[in-house]
Design a protein around this ligand. Structure first.
Ligand SMILES: NC(=O)c1ccc[n+]([C@@H]2O[C@H](COP(=O)([O-])OP(=O)(O)OC[C@H]3O[C@@H](n4cnc5c(N)ncnc54)[C@H](OP(=O)(O)O)[C@@H]3O)[C@@H](O)[C@H]2O)c1
Length: 304
């Protein structure tokens, strides 16, 4: 029988779309999920659920047995069993469990989803933290591929949720720099790229920025979405990042998030452009990405 593909983060925004894309490409899927209730709708003939936290080495080991490849799409900006450490360290601890389990079971292939703006000298602490994570993975000896999106366009996403809400109200609250530009990518294009690159040896040991040629500010994305809905462009209120940064420790404790989960996204350098260079990945993919307008229209249609 065909080996399943393991997905961590399957109950998340991108993870759900990846599971659907893997099934559409005739793969079997295994998901490591913290709460099977949240994954009820994922379970099916060709989808197996293993209950567990990525910080539980035994659960990860069980989930990684006899799999063809592992996709890591976890976001640690959520309630975590370890709150004493930085949210980047939580992610790295989970990835170390994945690498150890993969080595023990002879699994070679690991795909890690992160974000544009990852670099050892990035202005933001999360950009530098995730660069350390990538270095750890590339040194693991596994066949690793890292995909870095900017703004992921799809219903239910954290970033695109701000655009959906903003487009439907007279006053949009924006948690991003007024001039910060994002490369946009349709969530299904991103999921499709993860599926295609899974069996692409030319992608081993490489990281790729991914996305369309449409590079926009959040304000521009909101205005285009509002126009699509036949609404006036809303008034835009940019939340002061310094004030949010000052409140970050309180917000993190209240939400049970690990340290830095909020602060890392509003601290110094968090208003840098997330554009990157998406041309290297294009030659490895079978079709070009769709643009912002088409992706946004599909996302808004999914919401209704
Ligand atoms: N959303 C965006 O616009 C965007 C943009 C650029 C890059 N990205 C990157 O894309 C990746 C996925 O983001 P997303 O928006 O899909 O995230 P998401 O919707 O917040 O989903 C996160 C997933 O991680 C799982 N998870 C969290 N902690 C876990 C743990 N300790 N053990 C096991 N599973 C755990 C969650 O499971 P539960 O259901 O149990 O909470 C959920 O399935 C992230 O690396 C993010 O940085 C996202």
């Amino acid at each position: 029988m065909e080996q399943p593909v393991l997905v961590l983060g399957a109950t998340g925004f991108v993870g759900r779309r990846l599971v659907a894309a893997l099934l559409a490409a005739d793969h079997r899927v295994r998901c490591l999920v913290r709460d099977p209730q949240r994954a009820r709708d994922l379970a099916g003939d060709r989808v197996e659920l293993v209950q567990g936290d990525m910080l539980d080495a035994a659960a990860v080991e069980q989930a990684a047995e006899s799999v063809h490849a592992v996709h890591f799409l976890v976001h640690t900006l959520s309630r975590q069993s370890r709150r004493d450490v930085d949210f980047m360290e939580v992610e790295q601890a989970g990835l170390r469990n994945v690498v150890d389990a993969a080595r023990r079971h002879g699994v070679r292939r690991l795909l890690y989803l992160t974000a544009i703006g990852t670099a050892p000298d990035a202005a933001s602490s999360w950009g530098r933290g995730r660069a350390r994570t990538e270095q750890m993975l590339f040194a693991s000896g596994l066949d690793v591929t890292v995909l870095r999106p900017g703004m992921i366009v799809g219903h239910g996403g954290d970033g695109f949720g701000m655009i959906e809400r903003g487009a439907r109200t007279p006053v949009a609250m924006i948690m991003a720099g007024r001039r910060t530009r994002f490369r946009t990518v349709a969530v299904d294009d991103l999921a499709g790229a993860l599926v295609q690159l899974m069996d692409e040896p030319r992608a081993h040991g490489r990281h790729f920025d991914v996305g369309s040629d449409d590079i926009l500010t959040v304000g521009q994305m909101i205005d285009e979405a509002a126009a699509h809905l036949g609404r006036r462009p809303p008034l835009k209120l940019y939340l002061p990042r310094r004030a949010v940064a000052a409140l970050a420790p309180v917000l993190e404790r209240a939400a049970g998030m690990p340290k830095g989960a909020v602060a890392g996204f509003v601290g110094p350098g968090s208003d840098a452009d997330l554009v990157g260079d998406a041309s290297p990945i294009r030659s490895l993919l079978s079709r070009p990405p769709i643009g912002y307008r088409e992706a946004m229209a599909a996302a808004l249609a999914n919401a209704s």
